[in-house]
Design a protein around this ligand. Structure first.
Ligand code: PMV
Length: 313
């Protein structure tokens, strides 16, 4: 049997993080130059049901039976066997690699899960469709994030810009005029679950204040959607700045994120904001007239790492 491989891209949230957990909309886009990949090969010498897992990026070299059931990779594999009603599927070797920075708000966990679900289901003879993949990836995301909104699994599965609102069918966004953003990493790894948990506690202690901020974010997201779909990219800059200010008020920015955001603006970015869970991880800056170089340089000089430009179309 030939090896089967599948992959899924990274993602970045353009607008609406955190508020999206509370039923407000958000916009996220795939980042196609970074990817998670899963390759499955038959292992005729092993007993059926056995899955050997190699994930060199996280120093994992084990069998499925030796992984705790709560491990996201184990959960993804078991989701496939249980959906396909497989008791003892043909033994295989599963190799997972990824170029997506970990714990940086780029959907690495969701992309690894999606790649595993696709590769194993195809290997065992019944490829899952996108809706199944996204739904199952959402269940695995709960292990990473506690109470995920569902945006990561959607954008990573469909690999298209999405307008997402919890409990509503996902909508893909038309982008008539492509645009670029620079993504810069603070280098500080910050688990999303912690930031999401802190926002929840703060929301519980002052729901009126937080709901007002979430509603303001919601209005920003609606304006951003209109601007993107109308090709009015210039309008996005001030919307990014406003969204960042609200995230600062929610206490999910950090001095490092603010430094990169300010450096990007000073270098000519029409707007910039943190992206994802915050406290560390990534920020994004809008590029004007294809002139990304000064923004890249400014972010690097301010301490940013893994700086990359992605084109949204
Ligand atoms: O971009 P990430 O993977 O850090 O996700 C964070 C997005 C939040 O809105 C903060 C949480 C969520 O589940 O949507």
């Amino acid at each position: 049997m030939p090896a089967i491989s599948a992959s899924a891209p990274g993602k970045i949230i353009l607008f609406g993080e955190h508020a999206v957990v509370y039923g407000r909309p958000a916009i996220a886009v795939p980042v196609l130059q970074v990817r998670a990949k899963a390759i499955v090969r038959a292992n005729p010498r092993a007993q059926s049901g056995q899955v050997f897992i190699q994930a060199p990026d996280i120093n994992l070299n084990t069998t499925l039976d030796d992984l705790p059931t709560t491990h996201p990779i184990a959960a993804a594999i078991r989701a496939v066997t249980s959906t396909m009603h497989l008791q003892q599927p043909p033994a295989c070797n599963l190799r997972i690699t990824s170029t997506i920075p970990i714990a940086a708000g780029m959907g690495s966990g969701a992309a690894v899960t999606v790649a595993i679900l696709r590769a194993l289901s195809a290997f065992w003879g019944n490829p899952l469709n996108d809706e199944q993949v996204s739904g199952m990836a959402y269940e695995v995301e709960k292990i990473h994030h506690g109470t995920p909104s569902g945006i990561d699994n959607h954008v990573v599965t469909y690999a298209m810009p999405v307008y997402f609102r919890r409990g509503h069918p996902v909508e893909t966004l038309g982008v008539p005029i492509a645009f670029e953003i620079v993504i810069g990493n603070t280098g500080i790894s910050s688990p999303t679950a912690v930031a999401v948990g802190d926002v929840r506690k703060a929301w519980q202690s002052d729901p009126i204040k937080y709901n007002t901020w979430f509603d303001e974010v919601s209005a920003i997201v609606e304006s951003a959607r209109e601007a993107i779909e109308a090709g009015q990219i210039d309008s996005l800059g001030p919307l990014m700045d406003h969204n960042h200010a609200l995230l600062q008020q929610m206490q999910v920015s950090s001095p490092e994120l603010d430094r990169l955001v300010e450096a990007a603006r000073a270098a000519g970015a029409p707007g910039a904001k943190l992206s994802g869970g915050g406290r560390g991880g990534n920020m994004i800056a809008l590029v004007k007239d294809g002139n990304a170089q000064p923004i890249i340089k400014a972010i690097q000089t301010a301490g940013g790492t893994d700086v990359l430009v992605t084109r949204i179309r």
